[in-house]
Design a protein around this ligand. Structure first.
Ligand code: PMP
Length: 357
């Protein structure tokens, strides 16, 4: 704390990302990265873009990337917003679309960056408890006419539970809340979930946010995007152009375009993650774990007889890191990223050892 700090900074409780240790031979299953690496075509495009043109600013509108995303999802470029990771896109969403007099709503167990953005931009919010099985009940987000929420946001599949809400429920939520923006954060949707992007042409209050960090394995490049009605996109452009004209650099634009266009690599690596997830779930259940059904590239699991924090610590001593949240309702769960088959086999072997006979 310093007397030079603004009152806003004094009041902030920043987000804490999962750690990125620099140890060799680590089985790193704590931050939902994709073990297969980016498309070779994306890497080649980044190499090809590494030339004298870096002396020039990039395209402030990243038109090429918007075109690639629009073509991939069957929308127009005016329906696409791009940013420096979906975290930046989400930050602009909170300021540009969710900051109103009435509180916004999100689940009590969800992506822990949401309350942080509320703190930064002073957005009032209320949390809505997930049901006991960690599912979202749409009726819990519906307020009487005249008292609708200032906005609604949650990830689908949710994080850190991995549980998916069916599209029919999202549509019911949109119909019940026509006066506020509904933001669906689809960071993990490509691992077997159903995207709400097709609904954006029918619901002008729906914004869908995605990232290239997970299914395109480009967490290090920092590219995220939003799809929605042009009026929603214009709000985000106004915030972005009042904040940073060039959030995506030349290398990020080149790599992201190639990654989006390499549909075959994308489909193959997503399939591999899903197949490994199914095996991981079965192996964990064999060890006595209760696993929440996951449509993401991670699983959320609890053992009825073994403390989660102690297990996470014991795994760490064996150079395997998973994520544990010391938070109400979920302190007995481990969130385990789906790695390669070998990494998951190492995890299961270590857990066998830790749990004992
Ligand atoms: N949304 C959710 C639900 C996430 O878990 C993450 C990853 N931490 C993000 C958004 C942000 O991802 P990125 O900024 O890498 O696009």
């Amino acid at each position: 704390m310093s007397r030079y700090w603004s009152d806003v900074v004094k009041g902030l409780t920043p987000y804490v990302p999962g750690e990125q240790p620099k140890l060799a031979n680590l089985v790193k299953l704590n931050t939902n990265e994709n073990p297969y690496g980016p498309s070779p075509r994306a890497l080649e495009a980044i190499r090809a873009a590494t030339d004298d043109s870096l002396k020039l600013y990039p395209d402030p509108n990243a038109e090429r990337l918007k075109r690639a995303i629009a073509d991939c999802h069957g929308v127009e470029t005016c329906n696409v917003f791009v940013g420096n990771g979906s975290d930046e896109v989400l930050a602009h969403v909170f300021l540009g679309l969710l900051k109103h007099a009435r509180p916004i709503l999100f689940p009590d167990i969800t992506y822990s960056f949401y309350p942080v953005y509320c703190g930064l931009y002073q957005v009032p919010y209320e949390t809505v408890p997930l049901l006991a099985d960690f599912s979202i009940r749409v009726a819990d987000y519906t307020r009487p006419p005249g008292a609708q929420a200032g906005g609604i946001i949650f990830p689908n599949p949710n994080a850190p539970t991995g549980r998916q809400l069916p599209l029919a429920d999202i549509e019911a939520l949109l119909q019940a809340n026509p006066d506020c923006v509904v933001v669906i954060d689809e960071a993990y949707v490509d691992f077997g979930g159903d995207s709400a992007i097709p609904l954006t042409t029918r619901y002008p209050n729906l914004l869908v946010v995605q990232t290239l960090s997970k299914s395109r394995s480009l967490a290090g490049l920092r590219v995220g995007f939003a799809v929605g009605h042009d009026d929603l996109i214009e709000a985000l452009e106004r915030v972005k152009n009042s904040f940073n004209s060039y959030p995506l650099d030349r290398l990020a634009i080149a790599g992201a375009v190639a990654a989006i266009e390499d549909r075959e690599y994308f489909a193959r690596t997503c399939r591999a993650v899903i197949a490994t997830r199914e095996k991981l779930v079965a192996d964990l259940e064999n060890l006595g774990y209760e696993v929440i059904p996951s449509a993401a590239n991670f699983v959320f699991a609890r053992h009825p007889r073994h403390d989660a924090e102690k297990s996470a610590l014991a795994l760490r001593q064996r150079s395997i890191i998973v994520r544990h949240f010391k938070l109400p309702r979920i302190a007995q769960y481990l969130r385990i990223t789906v790695g390669t088959d070998e990494q998951c086999a190492a995890l299961i072997a270590a857990l066998k050892d830790i749990l004992g006979p």
